[in-house]
Design a binder for this molecule. Sequence first.
Ligand code: GSH
Length: 234
Amino acid sequence: MSEIVVHQLPSAWGLPSISPFCLKLEVYLRMSGIPFRSVVDATPFAGPKGKLPWIEHDGKRIGDSGFIIEYLERRFGCDPNATLSAAERGVARALRRLIEENLYWTMVYDRWVVDENWQMFRDVVLGGVPAALRAAVAAFARRGVRRQLTGHGIGLHTRDEIHAIGCGDVAAIADVLADKPFLMGDTPTEIDAVAYGLLPNVMHVPIESPVKDAALARSNLVAYLERMRDRYFL
Ligand SMILES: N[C@@H](CCC(=O)N[C@@H](CS)C(=O)NCC(=O)O)C(=O)O
């Protein structure tokens, strides 16, 4: 069987990837014990969906972390949700949507729209783009992200409203976690890969936001990130 090559956004700030979806896939691969090789792409445009992550395996190119995980589960017969009941799988899926389809966009807003954060973030996210082209690529990419935020709908809100939405989502994750070691109980499952993709990208980065402050104020989330890092990255 051929090697799995994972195309990712770069690592920075001590995180394996500054992309929640790339980091999620990396945690899932480590959780499942599937060997892989990472490649850093300077832009997301080469992949089959024009986004990162994407993988190459057995002559196939597959985009979208969710579809990649479904593919790997079929190919390798590993299901990190095997211990969950149907109802628990439903809860985990709903939580995944909250993290990936809503909280994610508040993180994107803080990185790409808030000027003080953007000044620093653009050189991190576009660090692989040749310096001579970077200013033009940055302006083009920022316009594209603003359009995505508007299309999603979150970009129509005020800054305070967006932060209130993000803080509410973080509180929901902390409340679901409560005093359990992992989101669905004693055993890590796929939703922990999803959460560990996003939460360190909010809590362990030099991007300032009330959402980051709210997350850092929840001691169970802080301890959860340490637990996940110790388990998968030490
Ligand atoms: N649903 C996709 C989302 C991937 C995604 O949004 N990736 C971001 C990086 S975090 C990206 O490549 N964005 C580039 C763009 O939208 O142009 C997944 O699960 O992989």
